[in-house]
Design a protein around this ligand. Structure first.
Ligand code: A3P
Length: 292
C-alpha cells in the first residue's frame, strides 16, 4: 500500500489480538472498526500477506476495469482497508475513495489482515463481492519483506537478515504469522466469492493470470486487451512507473520481482529449520508453493 512519505509520522509497533501492527499505518481504531465495516455488492477485495503481490494485483485490476495503467500517483486506487478506515492515517485520498465511491461503481480495496481480523462480510461473504487472494512462497515473502523494511523510508529498520529471519519465523513480523494468514483464507477455497492465485503463477505467465482474473470478474476482454494489461503490469514496466511516483514507499515496492531470491539470504541452517516448520504447518492442507 502506498503513501506519500511526508504524510505518516514515525511508526510504532503494538499487538492487537496477538498480531503485530504499526500504529501509524494501522491504528487500533481501524482494526476495531473492521468488525463493523460493511461490504457492499460489487466490492472487489485483494487479500494478501504483505509482499505477496498486492500492488501487482491492484495494477491488473485497474487495467481490467479501466482499460489503462494506473497513473504513478493515483494513490486513491491503492486502497487498504485497515490503513484508512475510519482514520485515514494520512491517506486522505484513499479514505475518500473508499467512503465516497458511488454505489454504482465497484470499490476496489485490499487488506493484509488475516481472516479472523477481517470484516465479517469479507471473512464469510454474504453480499455479491469478489475476493482475490494472492499468496507467495514464504521464503521469498520473508526476503522481500526484509528488503522492504530496510528500504522503506518510514520503517528504516536496522535489523540484520538473521534478526529479521527470526522475527518472521516467530510470527512477529508486522501482520503476524504468515501461516495463520494463508491457512485462514485457504479455508474459503471452495467458496465461489473467492479466487486464489499464487504470485509464482502470475510471475511466470502474467497473460494467463490476467485472463483468469478478468473471467472471475466477468469482464469480457479481447486477447489484445488482455495482452495490453499484462504488458502494462510487467515487472519492468511497473518498476519504471513506480520510479516516477512521488511516494518513496511506492518507489521501493518493485525490487527484483523474481522467484527464488531466498537462496541469496537463507543460510543452510535457516533453510533446514524453515523447511521443517513449513512441512509441519502445511501438512494436510492441500496448499503448496513453488520455491524455484
Ligand atoms: P520482491 O521484493 O521480491 O522484488 P507487494 O505489492 O505485496 O508489496 O509485493 C511486492 C513484491 O512484488 C516485490 O517482490 C515486488 O518486486 C513484486 N512485484 C511488484 N510488481 C511486480 C510485477 N509487475 N511482477 C512481478 N513482481 C512484482
Amino acid at each position: 500500500m502506498a503513501a506519500s512519505s511526508t504524510d505518516i509520522p514515525s511508526l510504532r509497533r503494538y499487538e492487537y489480538k496477538g498480531v503485530t501492527f504499526e500504529s501509524a499505518t494501522s491504528p487500533i481504531e481501524n482494526l476495531e472498526a473492521m468488525e463493523t465495516f460493511a461490504m457492499r455488492d460489487g466490492d472487489i477485495v485483494i487479500v494478501a500477506y504483505p509482499k505477496s503481490g498486492t500492488h501487482l494485483l491492484f495494477e491488473i485490476l485497474h487495467g481490467i476495469l479501466h482499460g489503462k495503467a494506473l497513473a504513478p500517483d493515483d494513490f486513491g486506487f491503492l486502497a487498504a482497508l485497515e490503513f484508512t478506515l475510519p482514520r485515514p492515517s494520512g491517506l486522505d485520498v484513499v479514505h475518500a475513495r473508499l467512503t465516497s465511491a458511488p454505489v454504482s461503481s465497484p470499490r476496489v480495496m485490499s487488506t493484509h489482515l488475516q481472516r479472523r481480523l477481517a470484516p465479517p462480510g469479507l471473512a464469510q461473504p454474504d453480499k455479491d463481492i469478489k475476493v482475490i487472494v494472492v499468496m507467495r512462497n514464504p521464503k521469498d515473502v520473508a526476503v522481500s519483506y526484509y528488503n522492504f523494511e530496510q528500504r522503506n523510508p518510514l520503517a528504516q529498520s536496522q535489523d540484520s537478515w538473521d534478526d529479521y529471519y527470526r522475527e518472521f519465523r516467530d510470527g512477529k513480523a508486522v501482520y503476524g504469522p504468515y501461516y495463520d494468514h494463508v491457512l485462514g483464507w485457504w479455508q474459503m477455497r471452495d467458496d465461489p466469492h473467492f479466487l486464489f492465485l499464487k504470485y509464482e503463477d502470475l510471475n511466470r505467465d502474467l497473460t494467463s493470470s490476467v485472463k483468469t482474473i478478468a473471467s472471475f470478474l466477468k469482464k469480457d476482454l479481447t486477447d489484445d486487451a488482455v495482452r495490453a494489461v499484462a504488458e502494462a503490469c510487467s515487472f519492468q514496466t511497473m518498476k519504471k512507473r513506480y520510479a516516477q511516483s512521488t511516494s518513496k514507499l511506492l518507489q521501493c515496492i518493485t525490487r527484483k520481482g523474481k522467484i527464488g531470491d531466498w537462496k541469496n539470504y537463507f543460510t543452510l541452517e535457516q533453510n533446514r529449520e524453515f523447511d521443517a516448520d513449513y512441512e509441519d504447518k502445511m501438512a494436510g492442507t492441500g496448499l503448496t508453493f513453488n520455491f524455484e
